[in-house]
Design a protein around this ligand. Sequence first.
Ligand SMILES: Nc1nc2c(ncn2[C@@H]2O[C@H](COP(=O)(O)OP(=O)(O)OP(=O)(O)O)[C@@H](O)[C@H]2O)c(=O)[nH]1
Ligand SMILES: [Mg+2]
Length: 498
Amino acid sequence: MTGALTGAVREVLHQALAVYHDDARTHAGLRGHLERLDDPLRIAIAGKVKAGKSTLLNALVGEQIAPTDAGECTQVVTWYRDGRSPRIVAYPSGGPPVSLPVDRRDGALVIDLQGRSAEDLDRMVVDWPSQSLRTATLIDTPGTASLSTQTSRRTVRFLNPEDDTPTEADAVVYLMRQLHASDAEFLEAFRDQGVARAASVNTVGVISRADEIGGGRVDAMSSARAVAGRYRTEPALRGLCQNVVAVAGLLAQTGRTLRQTEFQTLRDLAAAPRDDLDAALLTADRFAAPDGPVAVAAPSTTVEDRRALLRRFGVFGLRLSALLIRQGTDSPAALASELVRRSGLTDLQDVLQTQFAQRRDVLKARSALLALDSVLRANPRPQAALLASDVERIFAGAHEFTELRLLSALRSGAVALPPAVVAEAERLLGETGAGATTRLGLPRDAEPHDVRAAVLDALTRWSDLAGNPMTTRAAADACRVVIRTCEGLLAGAVSGRA
Ligand SMILES: Nc1nc2c(ncn2[C@@H]2O[C@H](COP(=O)(O)OP(=O)(O)OP(=O)(O)O)[C@@H](O)[C@H]2O)c(=O)[nH]1
Ligand SMILES: [Mg+2]
């Protein structure tokens, strides 16, 4: 990883290594933080019990590697990272790591804890060869029920450790089925305080199991998108997460792993008289019943076939698939891509790309500085005081952090800019993507002279606003941050980096 900010972070970590050269444990920890700068981004997936976390993780990876539904293993924090060959390692608290067998059943990875209880495990790490995991390591966390239960505590402890050490995740995807007071409470608990810490910049909210909204009607996804739109501006959430999208994880997971045999069974179902199938699909129980309407409408399907389809598609997915096949979708590949498109997965992937992947360096730098800060506090030494001020200097001085802080403040309403310019400020600060053309609202292939003209125009307008006597002091400070961003874009445009 290169760049001035990363260079500064690397430098201060090296200085810390020198200061703690005689303390093996701290030294090893610092080395870990230095190495972590080059690792893929770590994204934790969190949310209440059964919010659909593991299913969504599978959808993002495109394979069924995270166990869903029951089982002890869903209660352990589990890391999924790219690896040369499949491998599962459990880390018991206070004991040596143990390799677990890699076993696939019916297309899904089965993790057998071999009699161990989730309580006794600190974490599991699954290595899995996967292109999707190359850019980000995904961390599946146990569902939080209420903040008081044992399993919830494990997730809270992972994301917001009590002993003042920062979390090991660089970013969080938080799933909620409907906004609940305890979701806001949980996100608050995760939000760390102070300097560049503003956690909303590294949190994305997901309205999960979106297909179930409104009883799984075929227009469920547009209702879910409308809910996500409302949540995006919901005061309780605005300051806690950067964006909210609606995703039907099950539909996305099934789309990405669709089998030929499933397509064939769906085709048999879609060939049944439409009214009969609609009646059968009124509820899951009716659809699966041995002597229900579907047994008459599509006699070639067995009860087991139908139960399996329900597990993989849900009622909404079945209604939608039958509709698509009737409308002419005629191959498994075509159905798969349509299911994925409609599931909202692509929207989430876009948000993860612009808000996490493109900000990888700054999120990594942030994690490293938070980690170093906590090492310095836990092991005070006279020479460490200088390092602590270096950490604060980078947090306060690096423009990347200033941008994130302002973005966060704008979202939470803490800085009042005239409403007409807030959206432009957010865009220039990189809210929708870090590239120069995205920040300027230009097409990606804009000519260099257009980029330059747009930057100069923005610079003039923001300077005028900063100097306007009607502008409050706080707003003028915000304008100066935007101006500094524009100056950076101008330097890039001149050197041809735009
Ligand atoms: N209809 C529908 N069902 C879903 C969706 N996502 C998950 N489910 C179902 O919800 C149940 C729980 O899904 P998981 O992915 O295991 O949820 P989780 O949040 O990981 O659950 P815990 O780890 O136990 O907290 C499973 O039966 C899934 O099939 C979805 O998008 N739509
Ligand atoms: Mg799970």
